[in-house]
Design a protein around this ligand. Structure first.
Ligand SMILES: NC(=O)c1ccc[n+]([C@@H]2O[C@H](COP(=O)([O-])OP(=O)(O)OC[C@H]3O[C@@H](n4cnc5c(N)ncnc54)[C@H](OP(=O)(O)O)[C@@H]3O)[C@@H](O)[C@H]2O)c1
Length: 167
């Protein structure tokens, strides 16, 4: 147990899955969150001793976030897995639409996944990250160069940047 633990959200596919695969190959213990069973199965197919799927975790569900976070914190406190070195927020995706046609439920979901749950997760994990002088990483779309029709993604990413400035 020499390398530390890294928590990655949105690990079932795309960028999150690639990060999990890369970090586990380096020997980090990786807590990989997935909302769907298919994502958990995909992670288990990698047959890595370093990957711990965190399932189910729907980031729009505050109770699930609290339950999974408590389980993780207990594992770390008991020494079952190494101390937490970083949290990498990847989950999300956005819904492409111009503002006048934007589905408000989709917009709200994106805010929940990328913004509110991020704050909730940080409230749980910052005490552990302070102990290790760990890192918080957001995978974001560069809002400094906005592109049309992805207002929800840019809204979340710019709020994350403001959150960071206000830390
Ligand atoms: N791809 C790009 O070119 C690009 C560029 C810049 C930024 N980004 C950003 O990078 C992030 C990942 O992109 P990607 O292309 O890798 O996307 P992706 O393959 O669609 O993966 C999205 C991930 O988010 C998870 N997710 C979505 N809603 C969730 C929820 N309510 N609760 C928990 N997990 C949820 C999905 O989990 P399940 O499968 O389990 O539902 C999935 O693992 C996104 O935030 C995206 O905006 C992507």
């Amino acid at each position: 147990m020499d390398k530390r633990t890294i928590l990655v959200t949105g690990a079932s596919s795309g960028i999150g899955f690639a990060i999990v695969s890369y970090l586990s190959n380096l020997g980090y213990t990786v807590l990989a969150t997935t909302r769907q069973l298919s994502g958990k199965n995909r992670l288990e197919d990698l047959e890595s001793n370093f990957i711990y799927p965190v399932f189910p975790l729907d980031l729009t569900d505050k109770n699930q976030v609290k339950e999974r976070a408590t389980e993780i914190i207990n594992k770390i406190i008991k020494g079952e897995i190494p101390p937490l070195e970083a949290v990498i927020f990847v989950a999300g995706g956005g819904h492409i639409a111009p503002v006048e046609l934007m589905n408000l439920e989709h917009f709200k979901e994106e805010l929940d996944v990328r913004l509110l749950s991020t704050v909730q997760m940080l409230q749980h994990f910052i005490p552990l990250l302070r102990k290790t002088k760990g890192k918080i990483i957001w995978i974001a779309t560069p809002g400094l160069f906005p592109v049309p029709f992805v207002a929800d993604i840019h809204a979340c990413d710019n709020c994350c940047i403001l959150l960071k400035k206000g830390e």
